[in-house]
Design a binder for this molecule. Structure first.
Ligand code: ADP
Length: 717
């Protein structure tokens, strides 16, 4: 069976190895143990039930509370030539009956249904007669009343299930479950502790950024100029913000859609479809959008305003990068965001205890916006997950901001102006005074007689307002709550005024995508072919091939069937469906571009290099190969990191990637035989496949780099 799972992984999904958590879940299910998998979004939960179901060759019933997701999942399975269908209320009764009939004939390996289907005694009787492989609960947290998305209909499936005389193995999957929810699911579905598979929460391809004290609209414009041709989501806190942003960006010619609860069902459906089917659409939406969106190549999620808590933030931001490719999650913070969230809490009908709880959560997300330490760690800590000792090395706090300006003097002028204005006015009026405006209201309050009137007249009012906002965001200036927040001094303000504290303003740069290590021209051609083929089949483009797969093609230029099968994400099944179509396009493109020359010849005799094709690349070559060349010329990891201005972990990753490309590595630089043996032995013994427990089980002198190197060399990581 074990072999079979691996074979299926390669044959159907085109992947060489399992990701953390997948193999354990699959093995438990294959041994008919009821299992719960708690793994983050994008970690590959679908394979955890799809592979055992394929191995069992019967019918698997997948219960999913999200009707909109079912079609996507079924499309993706059909694109692999797997017999799958869904039965839900979006179909006519005749269509439903027809599918149920085909199901009883054993025509499907997968049948997706909504929980409500189990309310039908006819359906329950029907499946009771069938040969089932398993029943899977997708989004299993919805089954628990402690979960943040409780669906009573999901819970009521359970007693019905136990009436089945042919109850097969049960598998539950979720990305978010607290200990309480886990215990609840275990109890309901009769899952033993040793069959709960839990991997960490961290999504290593996501980079978090907090941007404070900047004009939000200006930032977004700048961002979109840099990140053309990518699809993303911009979340706003209110419908009004959505409408405003949509109008502005549409007016500037961007491909935007909008989604909020104030729009009609048809308008929402249209917007959602456009987003799913197009490659470059920007979705502007309130938090009403996103449940059931499986689009895998969302490259960024921007929050135009701070959401209500970390749970919502991580869920919404987590819609970026489901395909595992690097993606950005950006929070644009302004002090007013806090006021808005407080207002929303006040307006809600919560009892006092629940309200307090909401305030506590709001405080936590405000702290996220203000923290100076690693943002990824902050989130992991919040979910009581193990944070990395030394930060993620990617987020806006870990990366040294590139430009900083000393604005202590300006800050002192602003603060003393606030003081002289009697701490009775807001940011707008303060900016006017500093600028020396002739505003009537200002004059009527005699604010033009203050000594600070016009002391920063060489700046615009807008710049001054931004600076004031920045000081508030940095908690150097306080605001009195209320409808028109007035500015107040606090302890930090006094320190700045007395010259005890300096004020630095960091210019937050727009996160750019890493220099592409694949041929972008070919990528764009293949993307078009993918879109065209997907449109013909009426499926979203990403169910044919993920962006990760297309990029891999554009790194390695496969020109034969064998070489195509060496690409991540292309197995024989996928090849049978679409392989030749894409192969022909690659061959034609290469014939038209003779200047694209092979650069590095992969050593195909190396046992760890199954790939037989050559890597080709344009002019300067992929980033990881540049690192590799330096490494081969004898430079240490630290030296390379400092020359290339990369962090140590990236350099390490480049070298391991080069090895995966089939290039030789002098492993004795990382470890000796004895150390390798020790790491492998400990790895065998530890069931939890994360690095931290492994590191703790080994002598202290064994560094993370050394451990990773052993695992990479042995193909375990
Ligand atoms: P989840 O349901 O956990 O959000 P998915 O099942 O949608 O995640 O998988 C996310 C992406 O990861 C998909 O593109 C999937 O094909 C890919 N994937 C899954 N397992 C592997 C694996 N073992 N190796 C490489 N990619 C994988």
């Amino acid at each position: 069976m074990e072999m079979k799972a691996k074979q299926l992984l390669q044959e159907y999904f085109g992947y060489e190895s399992f990701r953390p958590g997948q193999e354990d879940t699959i093995q438990h299910v294959l041994h008919t143990k009821n299992t719960l998998a708690v793994m983050p979004t994008g970690s590959g939960k679908s394979l955890c039930f799809q592979i055992p179901a394929l191995a069992m060759e019967r019918t698997a019933i997948i219960i999913s509370p999200l009707i909109s997701l079912m079609k996507d999942q079924v499309d993706a399975l059909q694109a692999l030539g797997i017999a799958a269908t869904y039965i839900n209320s979006s179909l006519s009764p005749a269509e439903q009956n027809e599918r149920i009939q085909r199901m009883t004939e054993g025509a499907y390996t997968f049948v997706y249904v909504a929980p409500e289907r189990f309310d039908s005694p006819f359906f329950v009787r029907t499946i009771d007669q069938m040969n089932l492989s398993m029943i899977a609960f997708d989004e299993a947290h919805c089954i628990s009343q402690w979960g943040h998305d409780f669906r009573p209909s999901y819970r009521s499936v359970v007693p019905t299930l136990y009436q089945l005389t042919n109850l097969p193995v049960l598998v539950a999957l979720t990305a978010t479950a607290t200990e309480e929810v886990i215990a609840d699911i275990q109890q309901l579905l009769d899952i033993n502790r040793e069959h709960v598979v839990k991997t960490g929460f961290e999504r290593e391809n996501l980079t978090f950024h907090v941007i404070k004290g900047r004009d939000k609209l200006a930032y977004i414009r700048e961002f979109l100029i840099q990140r053309k041709q990518e699809s993303g989501i911009i979340y706003t806190a209110t419908r009004k913000q959505t409408d405003m942003l949509y109008d502005k960006l549409q007016g500037q010619g961007y491909a935007v859609e909008k989604y909020h609860a104030g729009l009609s069902e048809t308008e929402r459906q249209h917007a959602q479809n456009a987003f799913i089917h197009n490659e470059e659409t920007i979705m502007i939406a309130t938090n009403a959008f996103g449940m059931g969106i499986d689009k895998s190549n969302v490259r960024y999620v921007i929050h135009y305003a701070m959401p209500m808590n970390i749970e919502s933030y991580y869920q919404e931001a987590g819609r970026a990068g489901r395909d595992g490719e690097p993606s950005d999650c950006i929070m644009l913070f302004a002090p007013q965001d806090t006021q808005l969230q407080k207002f929303l809490i006040e307006q809600s009908d919560l009892d006092e205890a629940a309200e307090q709880n909401e305030y506590r959560k709001l405080q936590a997300i405000m702290n996220y916006c203000f923290t100076h330490s690693c943002l990824t760690n902050y989130i992991l800590d919040y979910f009581a997950d193990e944070a990395k000792l030394d930060g993620c090395g990617r987020c806006s706090n870990c990366l040294q901001p590139s430009e900083k300006t000393d604005m202590t003097e300006e800050a002192q002028k602003i603060l003393s102006c606030v003081k002289r204005m009697g701490e009775r006015f807001g940011a707008g009026m303060t900016a006017k005074v500093l600028r020396g405006s002739k505003d009537k209201k200002l004059i009527s309050f005699k604010l033009n007689s203050l000594s600070t009137y016009g002391i920063l007249s060489n700046y615009t009012e807008k710049e001054l307002t931004e600076w004031i906002q920045f000081l508030v965001a940095e908690q150097i200036l306080a605001t009195e709550e209320g409808k028109f927040p007035t500015l107040k001094l606090n302890k930090q303000s006094i320190d700045v005024l007395k010259g005890k504290r300096q004020v630095w303003m960091f210019t937050s740069t727009i996160p750019t995508t890493e220099e592409a290590d694949y041929n972008e021209a070919l990528f764009s051609v293949l993307r078009q072919l993918r879109k065209q083929t997907a449109d013909e089949k009426k499926v979203p483009p990403y169910v044919l091939f993920t962006d990760a797969t297309l990029k891999d093609i554009c790194r390695y230029f496969p020109t034969t069937k064998d070489a195509m099968l060496g690409i991540k994400g292309i197995g024989t099944r996928k090849y049978e469906q679409y392989g030749e179509l894409f192969l022909t396009m690659i061959q034609e493109w290469l014939a038209d571009h003779p200047e694209v020359k092979p650069r590095v010849q992969i050593n195909s005799s190396s046992p760890a290099a199954p790939r037989k094709y050559a890597t080709r690349s344009q002019a300067e070559g992929p980033s990881h190969l540049e690192t590799y060349k330096m490494f081969q010329s004898g430079k240490s990891l630290q030296e390379i990191a400092s020359i290339r201005e990369l962090n140590d972990r990236t350099v390490e990753g480049h070298i391991f990637k080069a090895f995966e490309d089939g290039l030789p590595i002098a492993w004795n630089i990382f470890f000796n035989d004895e150390q390798e043996k020790e790491v492998l032995e400990q790895h065998e013994q530890i069931t939890e496949k994360r690095l931290k427990p492994l590191k703790e089980a080994l002598p202290e002198s064994y560094s993370y780099t050394m451990i990773k190197a052993v695992l990479v060399k042995n193909g375990i990581m």
